[in-house]
Write a protein that binds this ligand. Structure first.
Ligand SMILES: NC(=O)c1ccc[n+]([C@@H]2O[C@H](COP(=O)([O-])OP(=O)(O)OC[C@H]3O[C@@H](n4cnc5c(N)ncnc54)[C@H](O)[C@@H]3O)[C@@H](O)[C@H]2O)c1
Length: 396
């Protein structure tokens, strides 16, 4: 019988639900070195929390995150709160000797991310993880494996788009539109995933960023009557009639060059009318090419440039064959499709495995890895602000 791994999760809304679901399911589908125990859920609203704990199976609940993060009974602290609180929560948990999983982006600022990385390096017995969950979508994990096996050869082009459309003028002043809380808008919220995915799939690092535009199309938004913060569930919530200035980008675009020489374009927006969650990655190499679109998440488009010319063409791989495809074997028979939640459950399996010394199926992002994505976010901000090219070697 594996030993228990007691988990405290901070945050009980969007990510609170995805992570709770992951811990609920992971032990049912994966063989794990520990038995994950849903010990404590922490967030701000005590009354809501009690219902949440009951619904999802958390044994304890508290509106004191510090108590949860430092409780001697807890082994793993999971942070699913707005970006500006990641730093304090992660550092408190690391100083208390916990393993820490944190939502992305690592922090709201590069300085905060650096402090988190420093604390992680100091906490030698703690493992850190960051929820760049799309890495564990089987199609993107397969893309990583294909590139690693050299099947694309030299990479020429990387294109990362993340297009959503929920950020119109009727969407109120959530924390996501407040620069002091979120850090940035579409950039840290959406493009961070594309940057991580591009780094993960190519196995290469961005060397320089150039030509960035960060645009705030909707300058003012209605303030939530519930007060500061504003949670995602509040999108349809009552507003107080007053308006406040949005201080983040609704859309960001930029170009980049990878160390290996590939040139890249990135685009992220909350105003892509008609596109709900078009998280796309396209890579063209000398020997082949791939295209991924999360809206068709079980498929990977593949072009094999090594075939005789008459046989060349785009093919669509249904990434759902347990014997051949990453993570799928833990789930259902072939072509019994997986969904959004499986990326989180797959990540929970790899995190719990890693705490027990197991190698993850594909690389798991830790604080250092996510710090490197955060450096790219900072380079984009500097490029947009100063209309210049920013070398990543200058962003530390
Ligand atoms: N991996 C992904 O794909 C993905 C998707 C959405 C959000 N996120 C990230 O997850 C994090 C949370 O986003 P969300 O959409 O769940 O936000 P949300 O607004 O839906 O929920 C935030 C939760 O944090 C709690 N909270 C806020 N401030 C707190 C504090 N000071 N102390 C304790 N609890 C506090 C709130 O009570 C709420 O339960 C963010 O960092 C966001 O960028 C990641």
């Amino acid at each position: 019988m594996p030993r228990n791994l007691n988990i405290a999760l901070i945050g009980s809304k969007f990510m609170g639900r995805t992570h709770s679901n992951a811990y609920l399911k992971v032990g049912k589908f994966f063989d794990l070195p520990f038995n994950p125990v849903m010990h404590t859920i922490a967030a701000r609203n005590r009354e809501e929390l009690e219902k949440f704990a009951l619904r999802w199976g958390w044994t304890h609940c508290t509106d004191d995150w510090y108590e949860a993060a430092t409780n001697p009974e807890i082994d793993l602290v999971d942070i699913g709160t707005p970006n500006h609180v990641h730093k304090d929560q992660a550092i408190a948990a690391l100083e208390a000797g916990k393993h820490v999983a944190c939502e992305k982006p690592l922090a709201n600022t590069l300085d905060a991310a650096r402090e988190m990385l420093k604390a992680a390096k100091k906490a030698k017995k703690s493992k850190t993880f960051v929820w760049y969950n799309y890495r564990r979508c089987p199609a993107l994990a397969l893309a990583h494996q294909i590139v690693k096996e050299g099947k694309l050869g030299r990479i020429y082009h990387v294109r990362g788009f993340y297009l959503q459309d929920w950020g119109g003028p009727d969407t109120p002043m959530l924390w996501r539109f407040q620069g002091n809380l979120a850090g940035s808008g579409a950039l840290g919220d959406l493009c961070a995933h594309s940057i991580d995915a591009a780094r993960f799939v190519t196995g290469d690092e961005i060397d320089e960023v150039s030509g960035a535009y960060m645009e705030t199309f909707v300058k003012e938004r209605k303030v939530l009557s519930g007060g500061a913060g504003g949670e995602i569930a509040g999108r349809g919530a009552k507003t107080a009639g007053k308006k406040a200035r949005s201080t983040v980008d609704d859309a960001t675009v930029f170009t980049a060059r990878f160390k290996g020489g590939a040139v890249a374009t990135f685009e992220a927006t909350r105003l892509a009318t008609g596109d709900k969650n078009a998280n796309k990655l396209e890579i063209h190499g000398e020997l082949g090419a791939i295209k991924f679109n999360f809206e068709r998440m079980c498929e990977l488009e593949w072009f094999d440039n090594t075939l005789p010319e008459k046989l060349r063409g785009w093919s669509t791989i249904n990434v759902s064959n347990g014997a051949a495809h990453p993570y799928v074997g833990a789930w259902w028979p072939a072509a019994h499709a997986l969904g959004y939640e499986h990326g989180f459950i797959n990540q929970a399996a790899d995190m719990i495995g890693a705490i027990g010394g197991k190698k993850p199926v594909v690389p798991l992002p830790d604080f250092e890895d996510a710090y490197n994505t955060q450096r790219v976010l900072e380079a984009v901000v500097q490029s947009a602000k100063n209309h210049c090219t920013v070398k990543l070697s200058q962003v530390k």
